[in-house]
Write a protein that binds this ligand. Structure first.
Ligand code: ARG
Length: 472
């Protein structure tokens, strides 16, 4: 066999790793169709890192000469440096990142480059590259989540006492605060942070040494490679190692859940920014205008994040569908996994950053929110609890408060406390003058200081709990 430096490749196709067996090669369009370089070029540094650990191990185990292993490792380190500096560009015509890196190595070192793939298949190689990439990128994404939660918590603290209507069925339900609402969002994002961490723990196993599906007869040291690459341990079973994409499913699901959360938050923002609600004023720099209607200030960022949740949900379905019924072990179908997961990870990252910018700059309209707490009988539950505190069974108290609401609607009053004490007593003798104080929106919020409640002091406690979790 000659080296590529002696025999320049004159075929119209880039060099492939499987040329020997097939005399006829795919046509250019067909070759490009099955190539994955456009997607897996992102794994370049991970591919080099995996190869460095592999060749070092091959040298130590005496599978290749020690000097050759050292030369390969040095060249791979140089390649990584050049890729980072931009002096080596990934060839977009290559089949995939694995053949590209091996090709560069072979161009530069001849037969030494041809030794690198001993005991390895692209099936375990891509599995290790993908996992290494996720071990780098997912912690960054958790950092974006933490940064976003911090912004929400700062705003929650600022608005811990800003009363606003809380909704069920998008109907005014009970008074809460903007702080309570923002801590609700933060709690959901904190769970998302946990989901990404869980997935990372499970994917922290090194598939290298699994070969195509059946390992290798060469005396590879899988423990050493796993350790060198920073994995907790090697994977248990070679066939599972090349077939498994659970980590992509789990992370795809974590991304989808995070995006669904963001879409719900953004829906609230869109509603709140409307003239009808006017609970918030988005910063001008986090809004866009209209090409025809001169007056418009639109919540485009919130809408776009809401819309992008569809991608993450779609990518998860793509991944699930890709794996459904797939025979063991590796199948080329699996090549489709990366595009979907990369897109989900990119989408979550971008959306978290935009959502954070928007949330950090918007202003809640305290007056509008407070005014909105009056008129929907949001105090009715508290009126019932007022009576329960004075000994009335809840079901009777509920009925009394309901009758008072009817009285108000008939009498044209917008709140139970717009009725006179005499009128209230006509429904229940248990009402006293202190009811007027007890049923103001702020009082209704202040009294709900149970763990989880919206009372400002309790919301501040919840903020403290979440802040502490972010530190761990
Ligand atoms: N590009 C492939 C992938 O992403 C790499 C593994 C190719 N293995 C193979 N036997 N064709 O899955």
């Amino acid at each position: 066999m000659k080296d590529n430096r002696d025999t320049p490749d004159t075929s119209p196709l880039p060099r492939v790793l499987w040329g020997g067996r097939l005399e006829e090669k795919p046509e250019a369009e067909a070759f490009a169709f099955q190539a994955s370089i456009a997607v897996d070029c992102r794994l370049a540094l991970e591919d080099v890192a995996g190869s460095r650990a592999h060749v070092t191990m091959l040298g130590r185990q005496g599978i290749i000469p020690a000097e050759t292993a050292a030369a390969l490792d040095r060249e791979l380190a140089r390649i990584a440096g050049e890729l980072e500096a931009g002096s080596l560009a990934v060839d977009p015509a290559a089949e995939d990142i694995h053949s590209f890196i091996e090709g560069v190595l072979t161009d530069r070192l001849g037969d030494a480059g041809r030794m690198v793939h001993a005991g390895r298949s692209r099936n375990d190689q891509v599995a290790v590259d993908f996992r290494l990439y996720l071990k780098r990128v997912v912690p960054e994404l958790r950092g974006e989540l933490a940064g976003t939660i911090r912004v929400l918590l700062n705003r929650a603290e600022e608005y811990a006492d800003a009363v606003m209507p809380g909704y069920t069925h998008l109907q005014r339900a009970q008074p809460v605060t903007a702080g309570h609402h923002l801590v609700a969002w933060s709690t959901a994002l904190e769970r998302d942070r946990g989901r990404f961490a869980d997935a990372l723990t499970r994917l922290d196993e090194c598939p290298l040494g699994s070969g195509a599906l059946a390992g290798s007869g060469l005396p590879l040291d899988r423990e050493a490679v796993a350790k060198a690459l920073g994995f907790a341990r090697p994977t248990l079973n070679a066939m599972d190692s090349v077939a498994d994409r659970d980590f992509a499913l789990e992370l795809g699901a974590a991304c989808a859940v995070t995006m669904i959360h963001l879409s719900r938050f953004c829906e609230d923002l869109v509603v709140w920014a409307s003239e009808e609600f006017k609970f918030i004023n988005l910063a001008e720099s986090w809004s866009t205008g209209s090409s025809i209607m001169p007056q418009k200030k639109n919540p485009d960022f919130a809408e776009l994040i809401r819309g992008k949740a569809g991608r993450a949900a779609g990518n998860l379905v793509t991944l699930l569908t890709l794996l459904k019924g797939l025979p063991y072990a590796y199948d080329k179908d699996l090549q489709e996994d990366k595009e979907s997961l990369f897109d989900s990870l990119d989408t979550v990252k971008a959306c978290l950053r935009m959502f954070r910018g928007m949330m950090g700059s918007l202003v809640f309209n305290r007056e509008r929110m407070e005014v909105a707490c009056v008129g929907g009988f949001l105090e009715a539950t508290d009126a019932a609890e007022y009576l329960v505190r004075r000994g009335l069974p809840f079901r009777k108290a509920h009925e009394t408060a309901a009758l008072l609401v009817r009285d108000c609607i008939q009498g044209g009053q917008r709140s139970i406390i717009e009725r006179s004490l005499g009128e209230l007593k006509a429904r229940s003798e248990l009402f006293e003058a202190d009811v007027y104080e007890a049923l103001s929106p702020a009082a209704c919020v202040a009294v709900r200081k149970l763990p989880g409640g919206p009372a400002p002091e309790e919301v501040r406690r919840q903020i403290g709990v979440l802040r502490k979790k972010l530190e761990d």
